[in-house]
Write a protein that binds this ligand. Sequence first.
Ligand SMILES: *Cc1c(COP(=O)(O)O)cnc(C)c1O
Length: 393
Amino acid sequence: MKKRYRPETEAVRIQIDKTHAQEHANPMYLTSSFTYDNAEEMRAAFAGELKRNIYSRFSNPNLQEFVDKICAMEGAEAGYAFATGMSAVFSTFAALCDAGDHIISCRSIFGSTHTVFNKILPKWNINTTYVDIKSPEEWHKAVQPNSKMLYVETPTNPGVDLVDLKWLGQFVKEHELILVVDNCFATPYLQQPIPFGADLVIHSATKFIDGQGRVLGGVTVGKKELIEEIYAFGRSTGPALSPFNAWVLSKSMETLAVRMDKHCDSALKVGEFLSSHKQVSWVKYPFLASHPQYEIAKKQMKAGGGVVAFGIEGGLEAGIKFLNAIEMCSLTANLGDSRTIVTHPSSTTHAKLSEDERLKVDITPELIRVSVGLEHVDDIIEDIDQALISSKA
Ligand SMILES: *Cc1c(COP(=O)(O)O)cnc(C)c1O
């Protein structure tokens, strides 16, 4: 049997195949289909008797390599790679839920996931009950006889709230629910939900996994029997990742651990700086002792991640002034990039929600989200500092 290395090493070394050129970097398999030497081989491949690639909507070596790396880091049995994080999210629900099933989800989740729960799944009579991530008592009340799945993000976007994964693992066992964790903010390097009892883990690979703002991608990994259903759904409906993007993402996995160490070191420094700033009313970062769930963070995460949330003195108006005064950091919708990104959710990503709906998901007018990048941390801090000072005027 092949020797297994530590997860970070597997993320660097896993290589599905080489071409006859014996290249060192992993090759790219830009092909829509695969060939066979004869009719018998082709028949056996289609019958599933021979493990071979058939068509890149079903499987491709670049996708398999990327999935294998995520599985190694998450401790998962199997996985399937998607064109975007949202296709991973939607396909996971569509593959596993039947008409009439019920889903329980934490209320603060990625905006498009809300749309899937509120507007798309109800077409098939699949309905969702939202619970407050910080009030586990609510969760017991949300369970119905037809509840099938429990969905959480931890840390949440953009509020960086956490759920205790150990508690959650016991909760889903007691109620026989499929636990699906969107692990996008933590990445497979900082947090592995499967040992706590998660059945499936989803990533938007667009974020820290690519880490350089180049490609979109998604992946679902976890229990083999569930992944088989997701694979069957993907194979027939076509949300597969492109081989080129899979190659980019597989290369990115080689640097995920070192990038995340730097993102986390700098984010902690930015969080500490903000905590002592006069123009800042509050700061939330999982590895700051002031985070209400600091103890949980320490138990389930290796470090606090790359995203810091804070409240700016002066609310909505100051938030807009702050963004206008930013010189170096980028104003863009993405996160998890090598370049620092600042956003003001209530005037942008969550502007479509009513004030009431925003408050329910903890998006207050003064909330600013910083996705801390890989620039020198002093340049990030100096830019934020001068913009905060300007926001006062
Ligand atoms: C971005 C994001 C997604 C969706 O990913 P895409 O690649 O943009 O489709 C899902 N969940 C979370 C937490 C995200 O941040």
